[in-house]
Design a protein around this ligand. Structure first.
Ligand code: COA
Length: 334
């Protein structure tokens, strides 16, 4: 691939998403856990989440369907893509990557493909990486998807974790544009690996940090220190939005939508209050889908895009944080 020397921007052509049809409600969880609909709703804002049927659905099928719908919405063919990036932490296989399977299934014969792991921050990481690659001149058109089937790594005997998560995928098709001011105009891609044990999934006993051995450990399932993650999320949420607004000299009024990772309604509400964001510009769907990790921001983006709430010519801000610990923001001139 040759390098295009003229500065270029990035155009968001269209979006797509996919969720499994089966719903797991708080009432369903009441039957298998020592919990109540009222407790879950009050602490998290969640009423239901979508859960894959393990025999028929998973991260790969959700990701594939989301990209396929995004291509359709963008009026582009799979053969037009020259790269597919799939952000996920629940890939069925690490070899091949989920992105490779998507290219095979959809017929994206010209595309390179790789998976990216940044937990719940994955979709925003992938959008920033894709924007940078297109601006480099080496890529023309990239399919980005965030997808997680969290139900495959949630222990449904652990009431403090299982109530939060659901399965979903959200995708976007990005294309080179002659206007350099279009696309991502400001981004953060950050991590603090010293705090990884607040949210992790050990596969081997060796990975369990000192001090945690006494807790009941089920290998292959997500472990979380909820209160610590909550504090981290509230702090980072505010920091990255304030930093993004100040770096771009935008005010909340200039922004069409703040598209935020759906981790807990209380985390989102706290950010709205502390930063003074207009409530109608912060989309919330956690009540219906729970926290779908890398799927969450792309799913919100697709709902807003299809509802005509992402007008061209105005900036939107994507924000996410999650395991790693990782966090990311992306200010887009659409
Ligand atoms: N139903 C009923 N009671 C529950 C419960 C459930 N599902 N889960 C925990 N409890 C109990 C606890 O055992 C504890 O009881 P105790 O006081 O007798 O010890 C009590 O409720 C309070 O637990 P705590 O963990 O302090 O609750 P919380 O208010 O922090 O809410 C979370 C728990 C998980 C909802 C909250 O910490 C959270 O959302 N954290 C962020 C998680 C997140 O966003 N993760 C993904 C990041 S991308």
């Amino acid at each position: 691939m040759t390098h295009a020397s003229a500065p270029r921007g990035v155009r968001l052509l269209g979006t797509g998403s996919a969720v499994p049809p089966a719903e797991l409600t708080n009432k369903d969880l009441e039957k298998i856990l020592d919990t109540t609909d009222e407790w879950i709703h009050q602490r998290t804002g969640i009423t239901a989440r979508r859960i894959c049927d393990p025999g028929r659905e998973g991260t790969y099928t959700l990701a594939r369907d989301a990209v396929s719908r995004a291509l359709e919405a963008s009026k582009r063919r799979a053969e037009d893509l020259d790269l597919v990036i799939c952000a996920t932490c629940t890939a069925e296989m690490t070899c091949p990557s989920t992105a490779c399977r998507i290219t095979g299934a959809l017929g994206a014969t010209r595309a390179g493909a790789f998976d990216l792991t940044a937990a719940c921050s994955g979709f925003v990481y992938a959008m920033n990486v894709a924007d940078t690659l297109i601006r480099s001149g080496r890529f023309q058109r990239i399919g980005v998807v965030g997808a997680d089937a969290m139900s495959t790594m949630v222990d449904y005997t652990d009431r403090s974790v299982s109530i939060l998560f659901g399965d979903a995928a959200g995708a976007a098709i990005l294309e080179a544009d002659p206007d350099p001011s279009r696309g991502c105009i400001h981004q953060t891609l950050s991590a603090d690996g010293s705090d990884w044990r607040t949210l992790y999934m050990p596969r081997r006993c060796q990975e369990i940090p000192p001090g945690e051995e006494s807790n009941p450990i089920r290998l292959g399932y997500l472990r979380m220190h909820g209160r610590e993650v909550f504090r981290f999320a509230v702090t980072k949420f505010r920091e990255v939005i304030e930093e993004a607004l100040s770096a771009t000299k935008l005010t909340p009024d200039d922004v069409s939508q703040f598209i935020c990772h759906q981790s807990n309604r209380r985390i989102i509400e706290t950010a709205i209050e502390k930063i003074g964001l207009p409530r109608d510009k912060v989309h919330v769907n956690i009540d219906r889908y729970g926290n779908s990790s890398a799927g969450s921001v792309g799913l919100c983006l697709d709902e807003l895009w299809r509802a005509g709430k992402i007008p061209q010519g105005r900036p939107m801000i994507l924000v996410a944080f999650g395991g790693g610990l990782t966090w990311a923001s992306s200010v887009w001139n659409v």
